[in-house]
Design a binder for this molecule. Structure first.
Ligand SMILES: Cc1ncc(COP(=O)(O)O)c(C=O)c1O
Length: 387
């Protein structure tokens, strides 16, 4: 969470004073309002506010009709939630290499496509956009869906198009660690009416059941769903946060550039699929050897992606140990429909990714750094490089 203050306090106060916390009959209309705000900002015809990014991912997969018998390509470097969402709908995540950008490698996507693959999930990690041009070309050629996981990339873009709006359906997270945040929250974006209707029926099941007028114009038939519906308090915060997105991204980019300038060409940086669309929340350094990367990370107190626990596929413990559910008949790893699908999460599945991750170090940028903060950071990095 970067910037939160009086605007959010007043917005929450209003909801509490009116005691209208429920989306459907709330007089503040914060959820409806935030969904309109997202549509206007990101330019999609539909948007839905959810309780989390994970809830948004699961709802999007349900909407796409993904289930047992299906493989979904996920990158070797992403938060475990991306893969767990696939498991939640009964399908199998097939781990796919990331390239030097640390985002899903289009060449490995092509190598991994089989008739069982029905969806690709590009993940815009650390606000760094995936190569959506290539990914879209491949997906179109093979008739495969794209579900963008833009949970870490709200406000990032590829060739001028916002992350989350390029594939068939996209998802955001607004949890505490994200670029704009209400503590916990998420969103689904799409231009596809059918996918929107299905994701609403799924993520907002009881609102739909008890307040059927929300569905009156839907063509999709109802089915059993669950509750990932956002509430008025969180939406009220998000209506303020989305107004701050431009300035946060602007200041992140400016501070990252200022740091790069101060480093005076002494470092190599990881390539970017679209440097102009990168939100700038990290500066990714690339080293020739693992030893150099490790030492630099330790000396500068930076994030070392190979060590980021549940963000690297070999650390997705429940998947590595093939524990997909409590009930054996609900466990995708034990379902007969999935018996012939690929489920390998050991180091040999994506060795190239592990090497890229081990040679890259990410320094988090703050939009609120002062010149002095940037000066200090640069001095520490230059000292680490010279020692
Ligand atoms: C890439 C990615 N996908 C999905 C999620 C899940 O989002 P949430 O925590 O809102 O459920 C996260 C959250 O950290 C994430 O980083």
């Amino acid at each position: 969470m970067y910037r939160i203050g009086n605007e959010e306090i007043n917005a929450v106060k209003e909801v509490i004073e009116k005691k209208d916390f429920f989306k459907v009959n709330g007089s503040c209309k914060a959820v409806w309002g935030f969904e309109e705000d997202m549509k206007a900002y990101f330019g999609t015809s539909h948007a839905a506010f959810t309780t989390s990014g994970t809830g948004a991912l699961v709802s999007a997969l349900v909407a796409l009709g993904i289930g047992p018998g299906d493989e979904v390509l996920v990158p070797a470097y992403t938060y475990i939630a991306t893969a767990m969402a696939v498991i939640a709908v009964g399908a199998i995540p097939v781990v796919t290499e990331v390239d030097a950008t640390l985002s899903i490698d289009p060449d490995d996507i092509e190598r991994k496509i089989t008739p069982a693959v029905r969806c690709i999930i590009p993940v815009h990690m650390n606000g760094r956009p995936c190569n959506m041009g290539r990914i879209k070309e491949i997906a179109d050629k093979h008739g495969i869906y794209i579900l963008e996981d833009a949970c870490q990339g709200v406000g990032s873009s590829y060739k001028g198009q916002y992350s989350g709006t390029i594939g068939d359906i996209g998802t955001f997270s607004f949890n505490f660690f994200k670029i704009i945040s209400c503590g916990e929250g998420g969103a689904i974006l799409t231009n596809n009416q059918k996918l929107y209707e299905r994701s609403c029926i799924y993520h907002d099941a009881s609102a739909i059941a008890f307040f059927g007028e929300q569905m009156k114009d839907f063509s999709e038939q109802g089915f059993c769903g669950t509750e990932y519906r956002g509430n008025e308090i969180l939406a009220a915060i998000m209506r303020c946060q989305i107004k701050k997105l431009d300035s946060i991204v602007h200041d992140l980019r400016a501070n990252r550039q200022a740091l790069i300038d101060k480093l005076g060409g002494k470092f190599t940086f990881a390539p970017d699929n679209d440097a102009n669309g990168d939100t700038g929340n990290v500066l990714a350094f690339r080293f020739d050897t693992i030893e150099e990367a490790k030492t630099f990370a330790e000396k500068t107190d930076s994030m070392y992606p190979i060590n980021t626990d549940r963000h690297v596929y070999v650390n997705w413990t429940p998947l590595v140990e093939k524990r997909g559910a409590v009930h054996p008949l609900m466990d995708p790893f034990k379902m007969p429909a999935n018996a012939n699908l690929r489920h390998n999460y050991t180091a040999d599945a994506c060795p190239v990714s592990l090497e890229h991750l081990a040679k890259t170090v990410c320094c988090f940028i703050s939009p609120d750094w002062t010149e002095e903060d940037i000066e200090k950071k640069a001095a520490c990095m230059l000292a680490a490089c010279n020692s």
